[in-house]
Ligand binder design. Sequence first.
Ligand code: NAP
Length: 248
Amino acid sequence: MLNVGVIGLGLIGGSILKGLKNKKYRLTGTSRNPETVKKAVEQGLISGTNIEDADVIFICTPINKTIDTIKDVAGRAKPGAVITDVASIKASVMDFVNNSPEPINFIGGHPMAGTEHSGLDASFETLYEGAKWVLTPSKWQSDTKILEEIIIALGAKPVIADPYEHDRAVALISHMPLFLSRALLGYVQEHKESELAMELAAGGFRSMTRLAHSNPELATDMLSCNRTNILSSMDEFIDYLAKYRDGL
Ligand code: NAP
């Protein structure tokens, strides 16, 4: 039975475990907080914490911990184990792996699924159903078969991509929208008509500003790791919006 290890038992890592729980895998996991690990054991999500036994290791820590965790895991994973991550930026992670002086059996990953909530309690079994899951092979490992099998078992669809193209694409459809959502909410809250506007705000405004309530740590990480692409998408969008406005 394939042993799947998950490091970082939050929304993304917890949902991987919940999605694989009743399938043909042995599941192990670790997290920063021992209470989270205890809860995962109590919920029957993991049967142990020994990541060294895993055949496939998913690194699901916050983005800014991903590279340090790769360094740590690369030194203790069992020979042949495939290491992957879920960070929503790929170029810096893949540059680190591809420039490593020692081989790292790593394939980058990014599930195109999530919510504005965080932590193990926010995770759920069906998060990945119907979602795309980006894979970025490295110079050390290009065989994505074993990962694709797990991704498909989670109900997602693997998509192989170039890490730099991925980062430009997610700036457009994921990262920039988060900041636009925050800007819209901030603009309305600071407006002189804000009191009545916020009282009247209903489903449409809530949908447009849902992303503004995302985990602030995640938003900061996105901006620091994909800043150039986010800013250039915003510049283009501001020009587009000005032309759009003129056309109204
Ligand atoms: P999250 O809910 O905050 O989960 C991350 C968890 O990792 C934390 O709850 C924390 O758990 C644990 N952790 C923190 N530092 C750690 C460390 N050094 N070692 C081990 N565990 C650590 O965040 P998330 O949304 O799952 O995001 C995790 C990754 O998924 C990020 O790289 C993000 O880019 C990616 N991602 C997120 C989304 C999304 O929509 N949220 C979508 C796609 C990809 P404890 O403190 O409880 O132990």
